[in-house]
Design a protein around this ligand. Structure first.
Ligand code: PRP
Length: 206
């Protein structure tokens, strides 16, 4: 059995919060310039830095046993992963948004641009609302501005990206939390080591 646990982290705005949170609990992680693999000085963790949407793939194939990511990613790509711990940072809201002068249509399908097609499809279909979805991989706020689609479903944190494009939240759909997740087999195999990590990550600041 390897001495360290392998933990996948996502590039992007969550990363700094994860590193700060870990550091406050005595786990110092530094990725050297441009490097995508790091080790903590105590030899507890091997860390790999991946694109958000790829994180479940690395766990599914057992390349990383653990990961930290949002429920948005889990819903789209990683529903087979075990959720071990909800983390107290990085929360956002999945929201339906559009131009400030726009309401939800009374009838007829809404055309929605989004990265989160599975979530959006399921959310509206479960409520009997017909939707046409256009898949984008980022900069979703451009869609209403350039008239690709009148509506978007996207993560909203501060709301500043929406405001900068003359858009507003029409409806909040779901609060999105950040979780420590695991490949199920890896979790069983490394149970004690992972439990120790969970205790450490659940603790108040060191
Ligand atoms: C996310 C999200 C919004 C923005 C919301 O994008 O998709 O675009 O953050 O944040 P705000 O409410 O604080 O403005 P991200 O920066 O992850 O990049 P993306 O455009 O590639 O999705």
């Amino acid at each position: 059995m390897s001495r360290h646990l392998t933990l996948a982290l996502s590039k992007g705005r969550l990363l700094d919060q994860v590193l700060a949170y870990a550091s406050e609990r005595g786990i110092d992680i530094t990725f050297e310039d441009r490097k995508l693999i790091a080790h903590d000085p105590d030899g507890l963790l091997k860390l790999i830095l991946v694109k958000n949407a790829d994180l479940p793939t690395y766990l599914r194939y057992g390349i990383a046993g653990l990961g930290i990511c949002g429920e948005d990613v889990l819903y789209e790509y990683g529903d087979e992963l075990v959720r071990l711990l909800e983390l107290p940072f990085g929360g956002t809201t999945m929201a339906l948004a559009g131009r400030s002068d726009l309401q939800r249509p009374k009838w007829g399908p809404m055309t929605i641009a989004t990265k989160f097609v599975r979530f959006t499809h399921d959310y509206f279909h479960e409520r009997g609302v017909p939707v046409r979805l256009i898949k984008l991989d980022g900069s979703v706020e451009l869609a209403p501005v350039l008239e690709l689609a009148p509506y978007i479903v996207d993560l909203v944190e501060t709301g500043s990206t929406l405001r900068a494009h003359g858009l507003r939240v029409i409806e909040e759909l779901k609060k999105i939390k950040v979780h420590l997740v695991a490949n199920r087999a890896y979790w069983k195999w490394h149970y004690r080591q992972i439990e120790r990590l969970i205790v450490r990550l659940s603790s108040a600041d060191a």
